[in-house]
Design a protein around this ligand. Sequence first.
Ligand code: THU
Length: 127
Amino acid sequence: TTEIYTLSLHDALPIWNAFAPYSKFRVGAALLTKSGKVYTGVNVENASYGLTNCAERVAVQKAVSEGHRHFQAIAVVAPSAALSPCGACRQVLAEFGECVVICADSRNTRRLRIHLLSELLPHTFKL
Ligand code: THU
């Protein structure tokens, strides 16, 4: 529902905690579990660039490490009109099944772009 989306979006707004000294591109994510808990994440960059963690994956690691594996939705916010989770984050999310992906531009959070994860990543790799 719209209420859930607005809530998770609101929770993703503290992108100010993002550690992005290299790209200067701050990303915030809020992952809503089926039980109604919200886990946030921000991108955490590293001087060795490839070690950077995206906001979405940080949120997933936090939730799973606290015992939550079923997700309703993830909201992702950054100062971009074209923001969408990267391929790696899509695959990591897909490990835990279907969920709604909500993307918003932090400069204008009124306009949400809403997709199912399975639309963003069809034919997911599974073992
Ligand atoms: N980034 C995310 O955190 N999530 C995305 O969906 C796209 C990319 C981060 C990684 C890096 O710190 C910065 O954005 C620029 O690529």
